[in-house]
Design a protein around this ligand. Structure first.
Ligand SMILES: Cc1cc2nc3c(=O)[nH]c(=O)nc-3n(C[C@H](O)[C@H](O)[C@H](O)COP(=O)(O)OP(=O)(O)OC[C@H]3O[C@@H](n4cnc5c(N)ncnc54)[C@H](O)[C@@H]3O)c2cc1C
Length: 654
């Protein structure tokens, strides 16, 4: 007993000591910061010089038209350099385009090494004669994809002579704006009448505001469940959010916060998807093919069926030089020796890695075809060489938490069309917006959502056929009609479950699923790998510290403020990588700054409370009393005008 007491006393003393040490360190830090600022004030000089100095990665961020329209000078020494780009997805193609357009590197010096036999990676859309049409996803896009539109305003459209891909997209979305007329259904196809509301309680709103205010570092390795409770999870807001962005409750709280901040200007457009814009065709045809053509015209060297297995580094002190690329092509191991004049760009990780392809009569199970690129293996081999190269295992080790499944259902006749039209209130065969974003079946055990984008989604598609994209967030629970988990289902069974949820009479379901549609399921084990909880350093920087000829691209590379699971993120990392490594002297457009725009903040706060002013919220006693004097103080000022303009101060409040 005496021993125990002694031990406890020691522990308590230890804790007290540790507590004191923490307080001392904090005090020391505060003192140092105060001294730093005092010094800065002493030597202060008003100037804008240095505002656009490059950071340690060789880039700077800007905004506005001045830099948007400027063309950078040709970087020094570019004609003596080569670029090896690992992966042929959007990020890699974007990097190649920036090398050609802004870096002015000769196309023949750019080599794209892609494991698959086709470019595009996750940005897909293909017709396979023995399966049918396949789109693993459909890309919701927005006007503030700053780097992406910066790129696509230079890529010629394949559809409209003389126009860019941006022009084509802009005109299309002007003439045919996207919005939904039925965001969610219940009870087999009945409108759930979410009616543009978030239905958040005051406590739920406060949980969101609290997350919004939390520093990144305080959210490291935390899950959404750590920061929200049922006040948010039971709201319509959460239904919209998780089905639209594919967040699960166990995903990263940090990523949730970044999303909320990144898209704060779109809060009003979340419930009916008026925030969103879509391409005319699937994104392989509308985005990837024009880029590929641009690069082929420039003479870029595409090497398909080439799996890179490692990049070997020479590391001396902090300096890291990529010294060789090891790869496998035609069944043989080969390597490319590198010098500092050879720039290497690697897309590390992929959300569509290991996709399992089923078909109408086969589930995407153990016997089905799996397509792999070796991306995790490559990243692991690189990561072994230096801590600056990140921690792939944080993202790719728990497929139970990172998978979901999508399916492409193609209708073969007009029997299913009336059920679709009844829900989305538009004929799917007009070539215009149809569902205007996903329709979520709220009471579906799989949490199934489905969408029909402008038809034909494929240029060569029969105009009478309709391609429907379906996905389920929960793949391991039995369905409502089909008593199997989604991942155990064949294409036909997935169609049956969908037909059930859009209200087809039960007795007609088997026949329609068999004869009026064909369906290709795709199980994606890592589709939300980038949403796994993470901490600083898990994702490597685009240009890891000390790298002179190497950069990471894509969804698992770190760039501040932007959000993964977006096409923009892939293009942004590509731009930063090329500008930084090649020394392109032009600003990278910063992530749209709406989170710093007081107008957006005011408006979004009203939206979140379904039209209520934050001033109408009951605050704890004494705080409530402060409202009147504060309002009096701002009367007649611009602050009053802003608050009135954005719905915070209303009639009778002053
Ligand atoms: C179902 C789904 C829905 C989506 N929804 C949206 C959306 O609504 N809005 C939006 O903006 N974005 C969306 N996206 C995301 C967007 O499509 C992707 O983020 C983007 O296409 C990723 O491009 P990437 O080039 O960074 O990576 P990837 O496309 O994954 O490309 C990586 C490429 O590298 C190759 N590769 C990997 N390892 C190796 C190796 N060792 N050797 C050689 N090659 C290798 C792969 O084969 C692949 O081609 C969605 C994606 C999916 C799948």
């Amino acid at each position: 007993m005496a021993k125990k007491i002694a031990k406890l006393t020691l522990t308590a003393a230890g804790l007290a000591g540790a507590g004191a040490a923490v307080i001392l360190t904090k005090k020391k830090q505060e003192k140092e910061t105060a001294a730093k600022y005092a010094n800065r004030t002493k030597n202060y000089r008003n100037t804008e010089l240095g505002r656009h100095e490059k950071n340690s990665k060789g880039i700077y961020y800007t905004n506005g038209n001045y830099e948007a329209f400027a063309r950078p000078e040709k970087p020094e020494g570019v004609d003596n350099k080569n670029a090896y780009i690992v992966g042929g997805g959007l990020a890699s193609l974007a990097a190649a385009c920036f090398l050609v357009r802004d870096g002015q590197m000769p196309g023949s010096h750019i080599h794209i090494l892609e494991a698959m036999g086709i470019a595009g990676g996750a940005c897909d859309g293909i017709y396979e004669p023995d399966r049918g049409y396949i789109m693993r996803g459909g890309r919701e896009m927005e006007n503030h994809f700053e780097c992406l539109w910066d790129l696509f305003h230079s890529i010629p459209s394949l559809e409209k002579p003389g126009a860019s891909v941006l022009d084509e997209f802009y005109w299309l979305n002007k003439h045919d704006p996207n919005y939904s007329m039925c965001r969610a259904t219940v009870r087999r196809g009945k409108d759930a009448h979410t009616d543009g509301k978030f239905n958040l309680s005051q406590k739920g709103c406060m949980e969101i505001v609290k997350l919004f205010m939390t520093k990144d570092e305080d959210l490291y390795d935390k899950t959404i469940e750590d920061v929200f409770d049922d006040e948010v999870f039971n709201s319509t807001f959460w239904l919209y959010w998780r089905t639209m962005f594919a967040f699960e409750n166990w995903h990263s709280a940090l990523e949730m916060k970044l999303y909320f901040q990144r898209f704060i200007h779109h809060i009003a457009g979340l419930p009916d998807f008026s925030a969103l814009k879509f391409t005319r065709y699937n994104q392989y045809e509308s985005l990837i093919l024009p880029m590929q053509k641009y690069l082929e015209d420039a003479g870029v060297d595409f090497r398909f069926d080439t799996e890179v297995t490692n990049v070997r580094f020479d590391i001396e002190g902090n300096k890291k030089v990529a010294a060789a690329i090891e790869y496998n092509a035609n069944g043989t191991e080969q390597e490319i020796p590198l010098t500092e004049n050879d720039l290497v760009f690697v897309t590390n990780g992929s959300c569509t890695e290991g996709t399992v392809y089923g078909d109408q009569n086969h589930a995407p199970d153990d016997n089905a075809e799996v397509r792999t690129s070796g991306c995790w293996n490559l990243w692991k081999n690189i990561a072994k060489q230096d801590p600056a190269f990140g921690h792939p295992e944080k993202f790719c080790s728990d497929i139970a938490k990172t998978n979901w499944e999508s399916a492409t259902i193609t209708t073969l006749d007009d029997k299913i069309i009336p059920y679709i039209t009844k829900i989305c209130k538009r004929d799917p065969r007009t070539g215009k917006v149809v569902t205007g974003g996903i329709v979520s079946c709220m009471d579906s055990k799989w949490l199934m959502s489905w969408t029909i984008n402008r038809q034909g989604q494929f240029k060569e598609q029969d105009p009478e056929k309709v391609c429907v994209w379906v996905y389920g967030l929960f793949t391991d629970v039995p369905g409502d009609y089909v008593k199997k988990t989604m991942r155990e289902c064949t294409g036909k069974e997935i169609t049956e479950e969908w037909l059930y949820h859009i209200g087809v009479p039960v007795e007609e379901i088997p026949d329609l699923a068999e004869n009026s549609a064909v369906c290709v399921p795709t199980m994606m084990p890592y589709i939300t790998a980038f949403f796994m909880p993470r901490a600083k350093g898990d994702r490597p920087d685009v240009i890891p510290d000390g790298c002179v000829n190497f950069a990471f691209l894509g969804q698992f590379a770190e760039t501040p403020r932007d959000t993964v699971f977006t096409t923009e993120y892939s293009v942004r990392t590509a731009m930063e990588a090329v500008y930084g490594l090649l020394g392109v002297d032009r600003g990278v457009p910063e992530v749209w700054g709406s989170v710093y725009d007081v107008r957006e903040l005011l408006e979004s706060s009203v939206c979140l409370m379904d039209g209520k002013s934050p001033l109408e919220v009951e605050l704890p006693g004494p705080l409530n009393l402060l409202k009147k004097p504060l309002l009096k103080a701002i009367r007649g000022t611009v602050v009053e005008k802003i608050l009135r303009d954005h719905g915070i101060i209303r009639l009778g409040m002053l």
